[in-house]
Design a protein around this ligand. Structure first.
Ligand code: AMP
Length: 292
């Protein structure tokens, strides 16, 4: 197929950089009776993000996707500076999903000079990612709250890949009474089981092979869970899977899927959470464990 370079691609989304103008567009669409879905991202999009956009498109009349690498959710030693930024190819992918708007603000538009407000969620934000990355969820909650102001959609779509993030966002929405529904979508994986992530691009070929440790350990955790194995043994097996692939374990835990506290009922349901480091790359994954 040939492409005519002079014909604008009608499928490309409109890019909006200004929060107030973005808000007006969303408000106008909703006032006209259109259902609007929103997918917040940091860009460097892959099939996992595309699945969220596709789900939003299937359930809504219009879809807005934000692309914003949020500095406040990165610690100073983390990868904010080198996080991949691929706006042009991201817009192509989103156009193919029928996305209408890309909201891509500058940092100064999201955090005006002198901004002094932060949203802090306690409870489920304190453990796991919150403990490994102090301040991370303050940054997430603050930016998601700010994004929901700029993109006042009826529903927002998040990936189960970042399970604890979905718990924190749902709690914030509930506690603050924000008028938006939170929809959690399944994790999209590579053929060998590795959860798709923008950070997979950091892995060397050798690390990429070892990275299967997380999903393989979680698959084994799923088998052990359904056989009735106790939580400590499942957590030990998860840690063992990481160690066997020379992946440093930040945490490996089986907990309540909503509170992220230890299980009150050994029959579940539960969530297995894991975080590991390969060289300078940190990966997370999880698996839902149904009531047994
Ligand atoms: P990020 O750009 O990493 O901040 O992710 C934006 C959204 O995409 C979050 O809701 C993630 O949970 C979701 N996401 C990331 N990776 C995947 C995946 N492999 N499958 C499904 N959703 C994902």
């Amino acid at each position: 197929m040939t492409t005519d370079m002079n014909t604008p691609n009608p499928a490309l989304p409109e890019i909006e950089r200004d929060p107030a103008r973005m808000r007006e567009r969303i408000a106008a669409a909703r006032a006209a009776g259109r259902r609007v879905g929103f997918v917040p991202t940091m860009g460097a999009l892959h099939a996992g993000h595309a699945s969220l956009a596709a789900r939003a498109r299937a359930e809504c009349d219009d879809v807005a996707v934000s692309i914003f690498v949020n500095p406040t959710q990165f610690a100073p030693h983390e990868d904010f500076g080198r996080y991949p930024r691929t706006l042009a190819t991201d817009c192509q992918l989103l156009g193919e999903q029928g996305v209408r708007w890309v909201f891509a603000p500058e940092v100064a538009a999201m955090y005006p000079p002198g901004a002094a407000t932060r949203v802090v969620v306690q409870g489920p934000a304190d453990r796991f990612e919150g403990a490994s990355r102090p301040g991370h969820f303050d940054g997430v909650a603050t930016v998601v709250c700010r994004l929901f102001q700029a993109v006042p959609a009826g529903a927002a779509y998040f990936g189960a890949k970042d399970w604890q993030q979905t718990v924190v966002v749902k709690r914030m929405v509930r506690d603050l009474g924000l008028p938006i529904g939170i929809i959690v979508c399944p994790t999209v994986r590579e053929p060998d089981g590795l959860a798709m992530s923008s950070r997979n691009a950091y892995l060397s070929p050798a690390e990429r092979l070892r990275a299967v440790a997380l999903s393989a350990g979680l698959a084994q955790a799923g088998r052990l869970w359904s056989e009735g194995t106790g939580v400590p043994a499942i957590e030990a097996a998860l840690r063992q899977s990481l160690a066997a692939h020379d992946v440093a374990c930040d945490y490996a835990a089986v907990v309540d899927p909503e509170s992220l506290e230890p299980l009150a009922d050994a029959s579940g349901p539960a969530i297995a959470l894991v975080a590991g480091r390969l060289g300078s790359t940190r990966l997370i994954d999880n698996r839902e464990l149904p009531r047994r």
